[in-house]
Design a protein around this ligand. Structure first.
Ligand SMILES: [Zn+2]
Ligand SMILES: [Zn+2]
Length: 422
């Protein structure tokens, strides 16, 4: 029997994992620099958390969730997104008492049953950011600026920030009415799923790729904003200007989830084609209350790691490897190996990554292996060297070779690496 990874899942092999470590490393550094703290929530939650938080009528909840009954008959779901679990944790652990606003980020796998495509798997990874406890428009701008900065630091330079406002519970109903009025004469032209959306959630039609043409001259939300929403949106634009973030207004930009209010945004990468959003997010002032918490305004964003990786590849960004081998031991014969084996531990304790093989290899094969591992130095010891308590140190970058005493080996290598060879 031959096993394979399940459709829609992928192994991240050592060659590729360096790209992941690169993204994770940069994200952690930049987000913590902006004062964000990491949160890790479970992979699965009660199914109702997502039904309530994302909305029953969304594609995610109605078609794409990995839902199962556990042995006690409880309905559980592999998390399809990260915001609902973070909000659940925020309320459960009273995180509002630990600072207001509280700035959080997470990094982890999400699960959605979708048709696998380039940059989108059924198990996919997201970097998410959530700020809870403030409605101040500067936070919307801060998160947009921070994610933009991160993507640029990763090496992407064909990015565009698109923003819109989806209003609030006061002004949105008036807009929905206008939209229904505008779309109703075109009812027969709508796709099957949009026909269902028209009366219940007409804004979702703006998101439909099939019914694209219909929306071009439809009424837009920003013309219906109430005074509070208008002020907020003006504020966001002002703070983005202060942070020198260039953005364009996309009056038809909406989010597929029910809990969004006010600002919504996307960062697209122009190299990506149809699936071009590398980061998306917005304000969700109603969700904490929806989950039974105190009314708490919030703003969040998430970025798909697989899609960022596709974008990095398309742009040919050269990702540095974070794994390194400093020293490879080419020792000949078991007498030599037994004698010098303990040196390996001394090197590792000095934070010098070292590889030692007990299998006998010819010197030529050892050097080939050291090359493949991109080892910085090779230590060559045969019987002749051992008898004189010496080793040959070969610098793989310059090809230079020199004899050093075995007793001084650790110090010599340690000093060479410290001098900027690392
Ligand atoms: Zn409003
Ligand atoms: Zn449609």
């Amino acid at each position: 029997m031959e096993f394979k990874a399940v459709r829609g899942t992928k192994d991240i092999l050592p060659d590729t994992v360096k790209v992941w470590q690169y993204i994770e490393g940069k994200a952690k550094k930049i987000l913590e620099c902006y004062g964000y703290q990491e949160i890790r929530t479970p992979i699965f939650e009660e199914t109702n958390l997502f039904v309530r938080g994302i909305g029953e009528t969304t594609d995610i909840v109605s078609k794409e969730m990995y839902t199962f009954l556990d042995k006690k008959g409880r309905s559980l779901t592999l998390r399809p997104e990260g915001t609902a679990p973070v909000v659940r944790a925020y309320i459960e652990h009273r995180l509002d008492t630990r600072g207001s606003p509280i700035r959080l980020y997470y990094f982890g796998p999400m699960f959605r049953y979708e048709r696998p495509q380039a940059g989108r798997q059924r198990q996919f990874w997201q970097l998410g950011i959530e700020v809870l406890g403030t409605s101040h428009p500067s936070i919307d701008a801060e998160v947009i600026d921070m994610t933009m900065y991160l993507l640029q630091e990763l090496g992407l330079n064909e990015l565009e920030v698109q923003i819109n406002s989806v209003g609030c519970g006061v002004c949105r109903p008036r807009y929905k009415e206008a939209l229904i009025r505008y779309l109703s004469p075109f009812f027969k032209d709508l796709c099957k799923s949009c026909k269902e959306k028209l009366s219940r959630n007409p804004m979702r039609i703006l998101d439909c790729k099939v019914c694209f043409d219909l929306k071009i001259s439809s009424p837009v939300m920003i013309e219906f904003l109430c005074d509070r929403c208008k002020d907020h949106f003006e504020g966001v634009k002002e703070y983005l200007d202060m942070l020198e973030v260039t953005f364009i207004l996309k009056p038809h930009l909406v989010r597929g989830l029910d809990y969004y209010t006010n600002t919504c945004f996307e960062i697209i990468d122009k190299n990506l084609g149809a699936q071009d959003a590398v980061c998306a997010g917005g304000r969700y002032d109603g969700l904490v209350e929806e989950f039974g918490g105190k009314p708490t305004p919030a703003f969040g964003a998430s970025a798909g790691i697989e899609r960022i990786i596709v974008a990095l590849e398309k742009q040919g960004v050269d990702v540095p490897s974070s794994t390194k081998v400093d020293v490879y031991f080419a020792t000949i014969g078991s007498r030599v190996k037994k004698k010098v084996f303990s040196l390996v531990k001394d090197l590792r304790k000095k934070d010098i990554s070292t590889i030692f093989e007990w299998n006998d290899k010819s010197l030529k094969a050892s050097l080939r292996e050291a090359n493949r591992l991109r080892s910085r130095f090779v230590v060559i010891i045969g019987d002749t060297e051992l008898n004189r308590n010496q080793a040959i140190l070969k610098d793989m970058e310059t090809g230079e070779q020199k004899e050093i005493s075995l007793s001084g080996l650790v110090n010599v290598i340690s000093n060479l690496l410290r001098r900027g060879c690392k």
